[in-house]
Design a protein around this ligand. Sequence first.
Ligand code: NAP
Ligand code: NAG
Ligand code: NAG
Length: 333
Amino acid sequence: MGIWPTGYLTWATVISPALLMVLVYILGIVYRWKAGRANLNSVRMDGKTVVITGASAGIGKETARDMASRGAKVILGCRNIPKATKVADDIRNTTGNEKVFVRQLDTSSLTSTRNFCNQILAEEKRIDVLILNAGIAGLDERNLTSDGFEYTMATNHFGHFLLANMLLGLLKKSRPSRIVIVSSDSLLDTLSVDNLNFEKGEFGPYKSYCQSKSCNVLFCRRLAELTRGEGVVVNSMNPGLVYTEIFDKAGGIFIGLFFRLLVPFLGKTEVQGAQTVVYLAAAEETGAITGKFFEDCKISSTADALLKNDELAKQVWEASETLVGLQPNEKHY
Ligand SMILES: NC(=O)c1ccc[n+]([C@@H]2O[C@H](COP(=O)([O-])OP(=O)(O)OC[C@H]3O[C@@H](n4cnc5c(N)ncnc54)[C@H](OP(=O)(O)O)[C@@H]3O)[C@@H](O)[C@H]2O)c1
Ligand SMILES: *[C@@H]1O[C@H](CO)[C@@H](O)[C@H](O)[C@H]1NC(C)=O
Ligand SMILES: *[C@@H]1O[C@H](CO)[C@@H](O)[C@H](O)[C@H]1NC(C)=O
């Protein structure tokens, strides 16, 4: 028999990991095959302006490329200017669209977010689509920003809350316009509005990520309510499991073996991950839908527990308004 294993157990130890990898590989193929496609080949966006946060990588980068390929003017709000400049260059090269611009934005900082918005408001005559995509996947420790917010909450929720409010006036002027909020299916059924920055109780990276993504959904829900009938539609969505840089930059359980080893096989590609964002930004039919949650280019019930909780949505909105110190001249609802 030589080098070959003998007996049942030895064969099992050789075969099980191999079978498992084959299974993972097949699951990945099926998952990517079933992934929703925007199918909007004929939709053009010439003359439209799209603002997108966190477009220097992943889902944001591929969404920006898609918007540029349809002829839109695209503004990338990014924290790492050299990195984003290269991405913008690459998008211009691959789409032939020169109207791709980078502006400095760190959504974890209120000052940076205010500066970004003021620059956009001074430079742009219109915004047709605002895409809130920048995000991190939960840090190991509870770390506070200079504004006193927990870092994940600041990056994923508070910055975007302020940003959308400050740009809402221009979005209304540009009607019909759209806001797309990139959330997740890592959601909580409820949360403590008086503990948004984890001052009390335990902190966990997954918990803070889920809470920030739940705030995205609740904020979307309330904003849709406040803008109903005013020509601005607001929807949130889950891109699904997508193989991007986000897992490399995360802390805690996110850097666990599962994500590092399996997401490359199990996840969607970045282009596939961008499909539902593109669908909400560009499809004719989604221009008339507001306050919903989407997955795979369809309305989904994944966030229903949050979407049905009007009271919680109001409370999170009010708490966020107070915490970011929303000024009267920054309010447009
Ligand atoms: N990948 C998934 O499986 C998955 C699943 C569900 C939801 N999502 C959501 O999808 C969105 C995009 O994530 P991704 O997977 O594409 O990740 P990614 O490849 O890491 O891209 C995230 C983008 O956000 C930017 N960003 C992070 N912190 C920022 C800050 N403080 N200010 C400005 N920009 C910031 C990043 O900038 P840098 O290039 O400078 O790092 C990058 O451009 C996130 O909101 C995420 O929660 C992803
Ligand atoms: C874009 O094209 C120019 C000219 O061909 C080239 O010099 C540059 O390296 C390209 N940039 C990227 C990021 O591919
Ligand atoms: C906490 O945030 C500060 C300021 O942003 C940063 O310098 C520090 O490295 C962070 N610590 C951790 C553990 O992330």
